[in-house]
Design a protein around this ligand. Sequence first.
Ligand code: NAD
Length: 428
Amino acid sequence: MSGQINEFEMAQKQFDGVAKLLNLDPQISEVLRWPMREFSFRIPVRMDDGTIRSFQGFRVQHNDARGPHKGGIRFHPAETFDMVRALATWMTWKCAVADIPLGGGKGGVIVNPATLSVAEKERLCRGWVQQMWRNIGPRQDVPAPDVGTTPQMMGWMMDEYSKLAGQYTPGVFTGKPVSSGGSLGRTEATGSGVIYTVREAMKHLNLDPKNCIAAMQGFGNVTQYAAIGFVDMLGGKVACVSCWDHKDKVAYTYSKKDGIDPHFLLDITDEYGTIDKTKAQDAGYVAEDGEAWITKEADVLMPGALSGQVNADNVTKMSKRVKIVAEGANGPCTPEADEYYKKNDIFNIPDFLCNAGGVTCSYFEQVQNDMNFYWSKEEVLQKLDSKMTQAFHGVLEMAKAQKAYMRDAAYMVAIDRVVKAMELRGWV
Ligand code: NAD
């Protein structure tokens, strides 16, 4: 939980708002406001010095009417049960809006993984699986990496599950390294997915991408491939990207007069998404204040770093030219920003639609694991394009039909699909 905000109360409030718009039966709402199953458990781990530490672990399974639960496992010192509940709920809506046959789930452990040795991390991962293995699996619940967890950890967890289940079961975890059952294209998936939705929004608004400029926040996994996609796929120009500088302990916006070259910047960026300032400046890039990205002359704004970045304090600083806000990050725009977009006719692509490319590719990974037959990167990205395009138009049609704001329309699509699945299965 961050500060005073309880994320689960927020998730319930968002749901209540749309349930009201949809005139949802209160008895059905009551089912969807709460996770279906919750697990809270202790994981004893022998540390390298011979002592035993007991860690608090969680798994929350929100709703599986449309298919097995899906969602990451977070290793974070400030993890709470309510945070995991909220994220599991949001996963139900994200999978439903992307129209992939999966439900919502999330897991966590209260731990700072940076304080553990590699061997301790492996024992903690295996311990998590020992507690949960009877309640996860390719047909039940498929976890993945998230904050503080990595593909290597998914490899250990998949191995532990396979040993306990008595058979090789790669489809129980996604986000594995490519050499042990991961999917090609996963690295590019979220950023490319963002661009597929931007492309469709531009068609809808009659904008020619070749005449369009984008300004992006962040330069991690999402923004790197969104920037590459905006330039290579759409033929547009990216005015700037930004990043946190670990050395200077401030954020910088990097821009260049004729647009940035995302491939060059990727070459001089470390694994944490920090651009080498000296190399960038030597190549003619200007490093400005971290907030400058929002003020750039651009048609598309893409906040792709952190939550709460476009807010009451800075939303009015955005260029009057902006026509699309594509939410690459989770929760990057506050309700005050939403009000500004509505008033100024700015088209919003909400986060759980815009960045659904990641979970969609995780679904493809699971499908490939199940078939034991693997696709080329091109095939993965082509299937991703088709899924994201369909998802975008599903939401756009709802927005038109209900005269709704895109974020509300995305919730409407998602809730409607989950309710239909529950009705068809006779749950409600
Ligand atoms: P990442 O850790 O790879 O990159 C984060 C980037 O943000 C880095 O470049 C970092 O320097 C930058 N940053 C940090 N603080 C900043 C600041 N104050 N100003 C400007 N830049 C700053 O993360 P990511 O995987 O790219 O994820 C970014 C967002 O997208 C997160 O909200 C994440 O939850 C969401 N998301 C990611 C995926 C995925 O598949 N990677 C999928 C869905 C949603």
